[in-house]
Ligand binder design. Sequence first.
Ligand SMILES: O=C(CO)[C@@H](O)[C@H](O)[C@H](O)[C@H](O)COP(=O)(O)O
Ligand SMILES: [Zn+2]
Length: 189
Amino acid sequence: MVGDVKAQLQAHRALFETMERDMAPLIAETADLLVHTLKNGGKLLVMGNGGSAADAQHFAAEIVGRFKLERRALPAVALSTDTSILTAIGNDYGFEAIFSRQVEALAAAGDVVVGISTSGNSPNVLKAFQVARERGCRTVGLLGRDGGSIKAASDVALVVPSDDTPRIQEGHITIIHIVCDLVERSLFG
Ligand SMILES: O=C(CO)[C@@H](O)[C@H](O)[C@H](O)[C@H](O)COP(=O)(O)O
Ligand SMILES: [Zn+2]
């Protein structure tokens, strides 16, 4: 039991060492993109399924509310939170359309659309990225494994180098916190 716990903590640490070595520039680039977008009156739309739906609403909450600094509210919407919208679109147009239809409704040119998927292959995220690009938005994929099909639809692809879904999710939420910190300090610090 304790051995299993230690093995998982070690896997987490090894992954984060690799992320530190390989991903820092791309995480900084993502923060820059969001700073630029918010400065120019754009907003963040963010989505994911399951645990990544929770990460999406966590991200939007840090942006709309605050991360650490007392500052004005910033615009962000999690597309995974409104059960009436999700069930209506899912029921009437199919589960693949639950995010793309909301992107169609809410996205403006210059917005940043973030999709979180550990496999990189969730069809509803992929479809939302296709619509986002048609709308002139920038797409950021928070991905895992080999990046899947969403990688090619991402302007910035942050692929956490692991095949283990929970470890990938731990990478994603840490990247989200780092981006929130950089965005807030660069706009208001
Ligand atoms: O949190 C977990 C597993 O750790 C699950 O809820 C997981 O997010 C769900 O199976 C998702 O449907 C997986 O989708 P994706 O990450 O491949 O896009
Ligand atoms: Zn999970």
